[in-house]
Every structure is written in C-alpha cells, then in structure tokens.
Ligand binder design. Structure first.
Ligand SMILES: Nc1ncnc2c1ncn2[C@@H]1O[C@H](COP(=O)(O)OP(=O)(O)OP(=O)(O)O)[C@@H](O)[C@H]1O
Ligand SMILES: [Mg+2]
Length: 1073
C-alpha cells in the first residue's frame, strides 16, 4: 500500500469537519451550566426548567405560541396554507426551535450549528414524560417509541427521512445516544451500547463521503435494529445496508470526494507516497482519524489481523484505480503499471499473472467451452472499475456482517423472540439533481415506497384511533402514490422489469433501446412522460435521453445514460440485476416496517450553503412539498385538530368551570362534558370519544388556552394568598410552640426554684423547730441556728422598732442570751436620743422645759389635773399690754411684768366670784380690777400657796398676817392653775412653798379668822358657799377628766405637748424635728 493514486481532489477543510462529526458521534454534547445558560439564551420561554419545569415549559410553550409559532402544525389555524406553514417554521427556526410536530410526526430543521439541547439533563427531562407535555424534540420521539415498546410490547421503528444534508444521520445518532444514556445497563449491556455507538464511525468512514450537499453524506441506506430485553436494556443490534453507492469508488462529481476511509488511510502512509499523490500531509488529523476508526473497530470486536486485512483491501482498491492500460494494434489491451500489479498481488494474496490476465480478458462460454477473450483498452478499464466497485462493495457488506456478528446477542438463555425491537431507518431522502441517474431513480423509488407506507400507516392509525374512540370516520382525501409505486415495481409492466429485460435480452440492448421500450410499455401512464411523448412546453425542459416521473413529491427527469450498465453487474451476470435486488430488499424492508409501530422524523435542510441561521424559503418550500408535509398535515387535520385524554384535558382546564374546580369526582367524560359546555363549545366543535376529547378547530383550543391564561392570574393570586396564609399559620404555630416551650421551660425553672425554696423553707422550719426544742441547751449544732436566729431577729426587730422619742418606753423583749446586751443597748439608745434631743434644744424651749421641770417637781403625782397640763405649753403671758388697763400699766411704770393671767377671785366673806387679773412682777404679785390695783403681794410676804389634789383650778395665796397692808389670804381660781402657780413659784422663788392638800384648805381670812375650802369630786365643776360656811369646790372627777382628756388628745399634735394654742411656730418646728 505504498504507492497509489487517489482520484479525487483533496480538501483539508472537510476532513476536519468529518473529524469533528465523528468526534461528535462518539461524545455526547457538553453538559452542565454552560448548556443551561445557552438554553436560556436560545429558548427564552424555556427558562423555567427545573424538576417541575416540564409542565411549566409545556404551558409556556403553548401560551407563547404567538412569539414562536405553534409547536404542533396541527394547531395552525390555516392548515391548508403552505405560506402559514413555512412562516411557522421560520419563526421557530429563528428562535433556534428546530423541532415542530405534525401530530406525532417530528419535523426537524438542520440548525447547522451546535445547539446545547442534547445534554444529559435534556435527556433526563424527556425521560418517561408524555409526548405532549414537553416541547418537541428528537428525544421525545425516541422516548415515546421506547415507552410504547415497553408498555405495549410492540416493536417500534423510527423512520428518518429528508434530503441529503437535512440531518438524518445526526438524528439517528441522537436517538442512539439517548438510548445509550437513558436505558438501564449492566456490564454486558455497556459493551453492547459501546458497540452500537461505535458502529457509526466505522460505517461512516467506509460508507460516507463528502458530496456537494453534505460533507458527511451517507452513501448507503441504513436500517438498524436495536434489541431490548424484558428489562428494557439494549442487548443487541442488527444492521441492514441498502444500495451502497459503489460508483463513487471510481468516479466522483466535481467538488465531491471518495469514501472517507481512503483519505484517512493514505494520510497514514509514507511521505514519498503523499508527495506523488500531490497531497499535503496533515498527519495529526488523519492519523488521529485512523486511530478513531481503528479504536472503533477494536471496540466492535475486530482483531488486529482483521483490521490489517481490511486496510489491505482498501489499499488494493486504490492500487486498482492506478492500474493503467496500453493498447495493442490488435485492439487487445495490456497493463502498463506492473508495480501496481505487484502490490495488488501481495495485498490481495493472488497470483500476479492470473490477476493480469483477469484484468485484460473476459471469459466467454462458447459451445460449453470456456474461452479467454482479450478485452480492448476501454473494456479493460471498465472491468478494472467493476472489480474495484465489487471489491469495495463486498468489503462493505463484509464489514456490516462483522458488525452484526459483534452486535448479535449471544446469550443462549436469551430468546430473541422475547426481545423487543426499535428499528432506526436512516435512508437517503428524495433527490432531484440537474442530471438524475439510476441511483436517483432507486432512491426516489425508495422514498415513494416509504411515503406510501407513511400515508397508509398514518391514515390507518388515525382511523384506528377514531374507531377505538367510537367516533365516525370521515374519509380523507389524499394523494395515493400506489400508482407510482406500481409504475416502477409492477411485474412485467413496471420500469424495473423492463430494465431487467433489456439487460438480459440478447442483441444490441442499450440505454436508448431501454427508453424506447419504456415509451412502448408505460408511455400511456399518467405519471410517465418522455421527450417524445411530452407536449411542447414540457419538451423544452427535457432532454431526449430522459424520462420523467411525476412522483408524489414532484416531477423528476431521469437520464437513461448508464442505466443498463449500472443495473448489470458485469462480474456476475448470473446474479439478479441491481434494481431488482433493490426492489426485493425494499419489499423486505417494507415488511419489517409494517410489522412495527412507526414514528416519523422529517428532516429539512434550511439552505444549501450549510450555514447556520439562513432560511432559504425556496429550498424549504421544495422540501415541505417533497416530504409531503402539507399532505401529512391535511390528513391529520381532516378530522380533529386536537385530541387529548380526558384526564389530561380535565387536569389542565378544570379551573375554568366551577363544577370541575378544584376537583371532579364523577366520571371523567362527564367532567369534560360539563367543562366544555361551561366554556360554550358548540356541538360541531368537538366530539367526546371513549377516552379522549376531540376538538375540531385550533381556535377553539386557543380560546380555551386564553381563558386559562386569564384564569391563571386570579388563581395565582388566590394560591399566593392561601400560600402566604398557610406560611403565616405555620409561622404562627411555630412561634406559639416556641412560646409554649419557653413558657414551659421558664415555668419549670420557676417551679424548681419554688420547690427549692420550699425545701429550704422546710429545712429552715425543721431546723428552727429542732433549735426551739434544744433552745435551753448550751450552744450546740442543733440549736445554734435557732439561737442565732432569735438573736438576729431580736436585733432586727429592735432595729425596726427603736423608740423614736425619749418618752417612748417601749422596747422589745430580748431573748435570755441578750438580756444584758439589750439593757446596754437600751441605755445607749436612750442616751443617744437624749443627746440628740438636747443638741437640738433652743433657749426658748429650754426655758419652757425648765418651767415644766418646776411644774413637775411641784405637782407630779400630787395634783389630779397635772397630767393634763403636761402636754400644754406654758406661755409667756396670757394678757398682753392691751388687755391690761393703761392706768395700771402707767402705775407699774418701769417695773417689768413677767406674767399676767385672768383669774377669778372669791371674796373672803361671801365667796363671791370676781374677775381679776393676776400680774407677776419682779418682786410682787398684783391683783388688778380694771384700772385699780386691788392688792400687791410682795413675794417676801408670800408665805405659801395651797391647791387641792383634785382637778380644780382653785389656789390660795397665803400672805403674812403681820403685813398690815394685806387683807388676808387670797382665794383665786383659773383654768391654767398649773402654769400660773409654776410661774408664781418661779417668780417668787417659792417652789417649796406650794402645799397640795387633800380634802380641804384652811386659809386666813383676816385678823386671825380662818376660812375653809372643801374639795370634793363630782360630775361638774361647782364652786359655791356651803351651808357650813365653807367654800365648797366640786371638781370634775378623775374618770370624767380622763374622758375629756381623751377627747382632747385627738387634737394633740405634738408628741407630748399640745401646740394647738402655741404662739411660737419655731417652738413647734423644733419639737417636730
Ligand atoms: N441536530 C443538528 N445539530 C447540529 N448540526 C446538525 C444537526 N443535524 C445535522 N447537522 C449538521 O448537518 C450535517 C449533515 O447532517 P447529516 O449527515 O445528518 O445529514 P443526512 O441527512 O444524513 O444527509 P445524507 O443523506 O447526505 O446522509 C451534519 O454533519 C451536521 O454538521
Ligand atoms: Mg446521512
């Protein structure tokens, strides 16, 4: 494999793209936050994807329909308008929403850029979720098929169609990746998953090539079965390949390339080889690619030897291509490139001479004998090319078989009949080129068949659904393409039969004779026309060598040039012709597909320039037509635009009707029925099936959606408020519980404190009682507390009740142990009070007290009314200057008057009472009557003073009888007897001369005559002359005095003096302090 020549030009750029494509085929897209961010950017309405985001997404997708079109074409109001259809595609494509449904069919636009919608998170989002609940996605289709397979135990197939470059292979890889990631797996299953995934890069290396339409165009059709065990784990697979475009090995159109594997291989070769090939080495990329393919091959289970052999064969095809011929004069050919033969012989393991002969001769059988006949130069080149194609084609088949071997599930316990299957069909889409040949004929025929299947199955399933739901089926008008299929495949009369016949017939069969035969046989067919048969207008756009078929998707002109050659397998004439082979394999494929429940993915390429974001309307309209999408939509819409299971419908719209909100408890159909009646659906707008409601017009649904949108706002407010209320309630309860807990805790503390206090109190009491019992014992532990307590409490009590005044003699009784101390304290306290008292005393008060002391000395315990006099302050004088007659005052002159008081004088004879004033002067006492000084008694002649011991106010001043000026003793009486006499005693210095008599007082009347005053007690004061000539004085009895004094006491404000008539405020204050 050293020196060989590759025919097509090389372009590095695409190799890089292939490299990337293959890398992508192995690696799932990036995941994580970047992906999320990019989704957010690309699909603003999908922002809210969380765990519960799916529902939100679905709803917002429905409500955001104005902005991003409808996500199901069935909901297009004007469903017959291609313009509206394309407009919806455009709107969504602009928002990077590349997927849209037509019912259950997925329409997929090739974005020509990496969208972050294939992450693991996306896969998780679509897993196990109802088809309608999520935005359209290839994963939804994959998941739906998987779930139907699991739950209904029905085999599934996913049919992916679309024109070259529309994204079929990418879609099929996405489906595979989805299963690889989301299906359950064991160790064995992991290997199967790996092999399933790795079969892609291998098949792409050998079966894909760069074409004008697609840098990684699949040049073969592929049907892949994925087998699942009862647990739903992928356990095996099987691949069927269709119609590999072998001619590419020997010829490529301008700008196209051979199969990828050749480029990958030669770039692994030596430098001089590359130089001769005129290729620039980009070893890194190519070597890496070879590595990827080699690794994939080893994952699939190829041994090193097998890989080596495979590459040998690929190299030998390259060498074959470089075999050149020379021509003899005889016309026979010879090989000019012997080195190629050498390599070929070695690589293919054949004898070089035999190979040479085979490349320049043909075998003919004449009369039962085999003869070798030389080929001319042109024939030899054809033979060489045929060999190349055959080798490559068979290698490819071998490769597919090897892959199938490796994917086959080999566990004996596994009964493949129990396996469920999902088939993936990635087959070339409808192709219309400037020049359409045999291949396009086959491909378009294939698509015609698939369309037939699609229409049949779609209509069938639609019909079945109506039947199942008990709804009358109204026939749908659609284009039945059986007529075209028949035109191509009918036995004897079909185009393929005619072609086979032409190939096999002896004589000079050619492409032109084939065309003529067609004209003869099917010339009258409505979908067939040739240049000759066409009208003038059609003729202008048709070549003479062309025939035109009116396919369901449009008209295609086929050039018959090469039809015979391509149909003939030059090497093996005894085998079936290519077209028939293909027809048969297609028939088998149809059988396979018919046995399964189909899902459809219709791929559309947005432009021919492989550019992202470019929406080529003409190209797209073309594809919409060729894919039969409008037809598809019409079928789907023929009956009802929208159908939904009762539970789903009710769940979504129940809030719009009071009967069904918040819950409907009756039968679902009744719930839906009252709901739609409440919404005002007209009878022609809907039908109720067994499990589903069918709505005829999208506008009915949209009106309901709009109502829901409005309702949602009020519901949201309601929900919000009840949620807030609920939250508050919870908060309140929590707070309450906390408060209770704190309360309980605090109460516990308090109770414990209380208990402790009680315990201590009980202990104290116990100790106290014990102490009390032992109180008379000497101090010991049992009684020390008690004793201390008694002392303490005595001292405290003392502290609280210390006498406030010296007169207060109260004093708490001390415990025996403190008797002495108590006595000491008492003395101290008294001393202190006295000291304090004395300290605060003023001269005036001192004078008062001195007088009081005198009074006390004289009267205390001797005269009954003394105690009443004690609290009454002595006043300076009871008569002021104005009370005394001015004449008297004048007569007194400078003699200072010390005290004056009104008195009652009793006559010495008749005891008549007369009002007089008693004035005490410095040396004498004077008795005054008005302006007359009736009697002056010098103190020196005052012999004594007599009073009774009772409470009367009588007093007698005894004067010396030898004093002639005097008229005898004076009998006087006044209310202030104690005060008056104290003053007299002090002024006259006669303190010891006051006699207090019991019973009666004798007094000197005059000149030796004696008078007697008798004192008795009675209820009221009575002074009168008795019959015995005595003066009888009834003084108020002690008991009565007491009552009076008690009555008076209330008026007493001072502690021991009555200040009520006290003239001196200063005195009063002092006493208070
Ligand atoms: N979903 C997608 N996301 C991003 N790019 C895509 C997607 N689908 C297709 N492409 C791009 O379009 C290119 C062509 O897609 P693909 O090979 O799947 O087309 P195809 O329909 O299989 O064509 P053919 O019939 O020629 O095989 C891919 O290589 C890729 O670059
Ligand atoms: Mg493809």
């Amino acid at each position: 494999m050293s020196s060989c020549n590759v025919r097509s030009a090389d372009e590095d750029i695409w190799t890089r793209q292939i490299f990337l494509t293959q890398l992508c085929s192995q690696e799932p897209s990036k995941s994580g936050t970047a992906a999320a961010v990019s989704i957010a950017k690309q699909q603003p309405w999908q922002l809210s994807v969380g765990s519960d985001g799916i529902r939100v997404m679905m709803e917002s997708a429905l409500t955001a329909r104005d902005r991003v079109g409808v996500q199901d074409f069935v909901l297009l109001e004007n469903h017959t308008s291609e313009v509206a259809f394309i407009e919806n595609l455009r709107k969504r494509f602009k928002e990077n929403l590349i997927y849209t449904y037509i019912g259950s069919v997925l329409v997929s636009m090739n974005p020509y850029k990496d969208l972050e919608i294939y992450t693991k998170q996306h896969m998780e989002r679509y897993r196990g979720v109802n088809f309608y609940e999520v935005s359209p996605h290839i994963y939804a289709v994959a998941d739906n098929a998987y779930r139907s397979m699991r739950t209904e135990r029905r085999d599934q197939c996913i049919l992916i169609s679309g024109e070259s470059g529309a994204g079929k292979t990418e879609a099929s890889k996405k489906v595979l990746q989805y299963y690889a990631v989301t299906c359950p797996a064991s160790d064995h299953v992991q290997t199967v998953k790996d092999r399933l995934l790795q079969s892609n890069p291998v098949l792409e290396a050998f079966g894909n090539a760069k074409t004008l339409r697609n840098d990684n165009s699949s040049r073969f059709g592929k049907y892949m079965d994925i087998q699942f065990d009862f647990k739903g784990a992928p356990v095996g697979g099987h691949i069927i390949n269709y119609l590999l475009e072998k001619s590419r090995v020997v010829h490529q159109s301008h700008g196209e390339r051979n199969f990828h594997i050749f480029y990958q291989l030669i770039e692994g070769g030596e430098d001089d080889l590359l130089r001769r090939l005129g290729l620039e080495k980009n070893a890194q990329q190519y070597q890496y690619l070879v590595k990827i393919v080699r690794k994939a091959l080893s994952v699939i289970g190829f041994t090193d030897d097998e890989v080596e052999e495979l590459l040998n064969i690929i190299a030998s095809v390259l060498h074959l291509g470089n075999v050149q011929y020379g021509g003899e004069d005889s016309g026979s050919s010879y090989i000019t490139t012997d080195t190629q033969i050498k390599y070929l012989a070695r690589l293919l393991g054949v004898d070089g001479t035999v190979l040479k002969e085979a490349l320049t001769h043909k075998k003919i059988i004449a009369k039962g004998e085999e003869l070798m006949s030389p080929l001319n130069q042109e024939q030899a080149a054809s033979a060489r090319d045929a060999l190349s194609k055959a080798i490559y084609g068979r290698t490819f088949t071998w490769l597919v078989n090897k892959i199938n071997d490796s994917l086959a599930f080999k566990d004996d316990s596994f009964n493949s009949k129990n396996a469920s299957v999902i088939g993936l069909l990635d087959i070339y889409g409808f192709e219309v080129f400037q020049n359409n040949s045999f291949e396009q004929f086959c491909i378009n025929y294939c698509n015609e068949k698939l369309q037939q299947l699609f229409i049949e199955l779609t209509l069938k399933s639609e019909q079945e659904e109506y039947e199942a739901e008990g709804i009358t089926w109204e026939p749908v008008q659609y284009f039945n393409n059986k007529i075209i299929c028949d035109l191509v495949e009918e036995k004897f009369k079909g185009i393929i039969s005619i072609l086979d016949e032409e190939c096999l017939r002896p004589g000079d069969a050619s492409d032109i004779t084939f065309l003529e035969k067609l004209e003869d046989t099917v010339g009258g067919h409505a979908h067939f026309v040739t240049h000759k048969l066409a009208d003038g207008k059609t003729r202008k756009v048709m070549g003479r060598e062309e025939f035109r078929l009116s396919h369901y998707a449009g008209e295609v002109n086929y050039n018959v040039n090469g039809f015979l050659d391509k149909n003939n397998d030059l090497l093996f004439r005894n085998l079936k012709e290519a077209a028939t082979q293909f027809k048969n394999s297609l028939a088998k494929l149809m059988e396979i597909l018919m046995s399964k429940e189909p899902s459809y993915v219709r791929c559309i390429k947005p432009n021919d320039a492989k550019q992202a974001g470019r929406f080529d309307e003409v190209l797209i309209r073309h594809q919409v037509k060729y894919l039969g999408l409008m037809e598809n939509l019409r079928v789907r819409r023929a009956g009802f635009a929208y159908r939904r299971r009762y539970e789903n419908f009710l769940q979504r719209y129940k809030s719009l009707c009071p009967d069904t909100w918040p819950n409907w408890n009756g039968r679902l159909v009744d719930g839906v029925s009252s709901l739609v009646k409440h919404l005002g659906y007209k009878p022609e707008e809907y039908k109720l099936g067994r499990t589903k409601i069918f709505i005829r017009f999208p506008k009915t649904l949209f009106a309901t959606e709009d109502a829901l949108e409005v309702r949602k706002h009020s519901l949201a407010t309601k929900l919000q408020s009840s949620w807030k209320g609920y939250r508050q309630k919870i908060k309140y309860r929590k707070m309450r519980q906390s408060a209770i807990r704190i309360q309980a805790w605090w109460r516990g503390i308090l109770a414990r404190r209380e208990a402790k206090r009680r315990r201590e109190a009980a202990n104290t009491i116990r100790r106290f009682i014990k102490g009390f019992i032992y109180r008379h014992q000497p101090r010991c532990p049992e009684n020390e507390y008690f004793l201390d307590y008694v002392r303490y409490s005595f001292l405290m009590k003392l502290h609280r009740s210390l006498p406030k005044t010296v007169l207060d003699k109260s004093w708490p009784t001390p415990p025996p142990a403190l008797i002495e101390a108590s006595e000491q304290l008492r003395k101290l306290c008294m001393q202190n009070m006295v000291w304090k008292y004395c300290k605060n005393i003023n001269p005036e008060w001192k004078h008062q007290l001195e007088q009081k002391v005198v009074a006390s000395e004289i009267f205390k315990d001797k005269k009954d009314n003394y105690p009443q006099s004690v609290p009454k302050l002595f006043v300076g004088t009871r008569l002021n200057g104005e009370d005394i007659n001015p004449k008297v005052l004048q007569a007194l002159g400078n003699d200072k008057m010390k005290y004056a008081v009104p008195v009652t004088k009793y006559d010495r004879k008749g005891y008549k009472a007369r009002n007089r004033q008693l004035l005490l002067m410095a040396n004498s006492a004077i008795i005054v009557e008005e302006a007359k000084m009736k009697q002056r008694i010098d103190y020196s002649s005052l012999k004594g003073i007599s009073v009774s011991s009772l409470s009367d106010g009588m007093f007698v001043l005894h004067v010396a009888s030898e004093d002639n000026k005097q008229k005898g003793d004076v009998v006087l009486q006044n209310e202030h007897v104690i005060e008056t006499l104290t003053k007299v005693a002090i002024c006259a210095e006669k303190i010891n001369s006051i006699n207090i008599n019991q019973g009666s007082i004798k007094f000197n009347v005059a000149q030796g005559k004696e008078g007697i005053i008798d004192f008795t007690s009675g209820s009221e004061l009575l002074i009168a002359k008795a019959k015995n000539g005595h003066l009888s004085v009834v003084s108020i009895a002690d008991e009565i005095m007491e009552i009076i004094s008690v009555r008076n006491k209330k008026k007493i404000t001072g502690l021991f003096f009555d200040f009520s008539d006290c003239p001196s405020p200063q005195l009063k204050m002092m006493d208070e302090s």
